[in-house]
Design a protein around this ligand. Structure first.
Ligand code: ADP
Length: 634
């Protein structure tokens, strides 16, 4: 039989390199990963055999075998599940399909120590974790319903070999040739049955198929030793037990085993309901967002069980999209075992359970926000974007909007700390009738906006919108506690107090006598600016760019452009500070004639600078650079 040599996909190679030169401190987790894959393979077989009777294997009970062997220095994990065809081995084991892999690897390269650990934990390397402990891995597999088997071998160094082979029955055998330090020379001995038994109990106790091992039983005086096969895991579904009897560690371990979480979740919800529809749900909020959470290939959804029997994975119909980060399972005796995805979508029971779970999660989040602010902020940093997208998508659903608005947090000019909208409103002075917001790349960029100076001086707090989705969210919310949101970079922004109104009136007076100047500045800039006007919102700044009411802002325009929607344009209004020396200069140059080159240059330079302040690249940056250099030498 010929041996074919193949190369791992470039990204897989890089990932394997990381695993082989192990950055994992926990060397034991390979066992959990491989047993969990075996359990998934048994699930797939059971589900496929519901529709394809030929696959049903009535002679054999589904089982997983773990065989440590001190003589050969190996540990073997086998299952009689679905198995893989040759092509499936190539795609499943030779490549990583997750999008965001490249970004992830780049991030990982820059990270160090514990951050790197955390990152790789979030990503999860599944099968490749075998190379943490093995310097050679063999995988022999035969797909259910076929009679050819294939053997895959690799030392994790960039290439793998494939060859046809014989295998008596369907399923997969994985042989790990252990590195020396894992055979008892050092801290670990994965060739020792009792040590491995302890690990299976620790990491795979709730796996729903028997994990079996061989144990030597010493014969009584003179009798030969015999081998006893024992099931090591309890298989008892944790969610059927009483909440009060389950420790947090048990829950944590369950999520690691059952939903492939690599670290203890941030929060666990265990809900039992016996109303019109009976169900138990065991859900968690992970500690970290999956790297591909907002990519289209992220598979959200819960596992579904009926009377403790697994029915399907990644069932999307329970939770709305904005809760896509929630993981876990639902077990309901009111759902039939042979339910299909199509029927599930129509199911009234699923809708009832889903609504109740959504409400429950909202309630728990509200409680966390109230009782454990640090934890909520940790949650917010990872998943806040999801809730904001939830609000954005609630455009026609006021009930949803209302239930989410008090869960939102934003950084504000109050030390950049995260604040709820209620907290913000409670702090504003009586005269302030609106909620001030400003958008920018980050807090520093917003703080440097010339429009911020006056507000800072007056001690007025501004909410920072630093995530591209924020402005869209605020747009949909429209108001909070009867106060409308008001961007400080929109044309209609003004302070409501008497002092500000007075200054505004003064500026309006100046504007009346400078109508020609403003018209000529507009003409000199040309194209993109709809209006040039004087402003009272600047202190030491000379110019700023604001956007028209309604329609997208400049940063929304950028977001649209990034999504390939360049037709959504902001209406630009250039504002000049009449109390600034540059304005006086503009006036004097204007007296020399609106067609003078110096006047025109000053107008276009001011406009380019206003764009730069907003983080928008002017059309002709080289021209701007030349003009500024020239001015510097004058
Ligand atoms: P994940 O399990 O997260 O998809 P893995 O790297 O652990 O990632 O496995 C990749 C794929 O290889 C699995 O999705 C599955 O299709 C296949 N696979 C792994 N182990 C087995 C097995 N024991 N039996 C059948 N298929 C398997």
């Amino acid at each position: 039989m010929s041996v074919e040599k193949l190369e791992f996909q470039a990204e897989t190679k890089r990932l394997l390199d990381l695993v082989v030169n192990s950055i994992y401190t926990n060397k034991e987790i390979f066992l959990r990963e491989l047993i969990s894959n075996a359990s998934d393979a048994l699930d797939k077989l059971r589900i496929e055999s519901l529709t394809n009777k030929e696959l049903a294997n009535d002679d054999e009970e589904p089982e997983i075998f773990v065989v440590p062997d001190a003589n050969t220095k190996t540990i073997t994990i086998s299952d009689n599940g679905i198995g893989m065809t040759r092509d499936e081995v190539i795609t499943n084991i030779g490549t990583i399909a997750k999008s965001g892999t490249k970004d992830f690897l780049d991030k990982l390269r820059e990270a160090s120590g514990s951050t790197a650990q955390e990152l790789i934990g979030q990503f999860g390397v599944g099968f490749y974790s075998a190379f943490i402990v093995a310097d050679k891995v063999e995988l022999i597999t035969r797909k259910a319903g076929t009679d050819s088997a294939v053997k895959w071998t690799s030392d994790g160094a960039g290439e793998y070999e494939l060859e046809d082979c014989d295998k008596d029955s369907q399923g997969t055998i994985i042989v790990l040739h252990l590195k020396k330090e894992f055979c008892g020379d050092d801290e670990y001995n994965f060739t020792d049955a009792h040590e491995v038994e302890r690990l299976v109990k620790k990491y795979s106790d709730f796996v729903r198929y028997p994990v079996k091992m061989n144990f030597e039983v010493k014969g009584k005086d003179g009798e030969e030793t015999s081998i006893e096969i024992r099931t090591v895991n309890s298989m008892k579904p944790i969610w059927t037990r009483n909440k009060s009897e389950i420790t947090r560690e048990e829950y944590d371990e369950f999520f690691k085993q059952q939903v492939h979480e690599w670290e203890a979740p941030l929060e666990v919800f265990h809900v039992k309901a016996e109303g019109t529809v009976e169900y138990t749900a065991l859900l968690c909020i992970p500690k970290h967002a999956a790297p591909n959470l907002y990519y289209s290939d992220y598979e959200s959804g819960l596992q579904l069980y009926s009377r403790h029997v697994f029915i399907m994975d990644k069932c999307k119909d329970f939770l709305p999209d904005y809760l896509r980060f929630v993981k876990g399972l639902v077990d309901s005796p009111d759902l039939p075992l042979n339910i299909s995805r199509e029927i599930l979508q129509q199911s009234v029971e699923v809708k009832v359970i889903g609504k109740a779970l959504e409400k429950n999660i909202q309630k728990q989040l509200g409680k966390m926000l109230k009782d454990d602010r640090d934890k909520y902020e940790e949650f917010w940093r990872e998943f806040g974007k999801s809730l904001k997208i939830g609000v954005y998508n609630s455009m026609f659903d006021n009930k949803l909007k209302d239930s989410l608005k008090d869960l939102l947090l934003f950084p504000t000019s109050n030390d950049g700390k995260l604040s709820t909208l209620a907290e913000y409103v409670s702090r504003v002075p009586d005269f302030q009738k609106k909620i001030y917001v400003a958008a920018g790349k980050d807090a520093t960029a917003i703080e440097q906006l010339p429009q911020m100076e006056l507000l800072r001086e007056r001690g007025l707090e501004v909410i920072y919108l630093t995530d591209p989705v924020d402005e869209f969210t605020i747009d949909v919310l429209h108001e909070y506690d009867e106060k409308h949101f008001q961007s400080i970079t929109r044309e209609d922004f003004e302070l409501d107090d008497a002092e500000s109104q007075k200054v505004k009136a003064e500026v309006e007076e100046i504007a009346k006598t400078h109508e020609d100047l403003l018209k000529d500045v507009k003409e000199a800039i040309g194209g993109d600016v709809k209006e040039v006007r004087l402003t009272s919102r600047l202190k030491s700044g000379a110019v700023c760019l604001v956007t028209g009411e309604g329609g997208p802002s400049l940063s929304m325009e950028k977001t649209f452009a990034a999504m390939n929607n360049p037709m959504f344009k902001a209406t630009q209004i250039l504002e000049l500070n009449p109390n600034h020396a540059v304005f006086k200069k503009l006036e004097s140059l204007h007296e020399g004639g609106k067609d003078s080159q110096d006047f025109k240059d000053l107008c276009t330079t001011l406009y380019s600078l206003a764009l730069l302040i907003e983080g928008v690249m002017p059309n002709n940056p080289a021209d701007l650079a030349n003009k500024v250099t020239e001015l510097l030498t004058k």
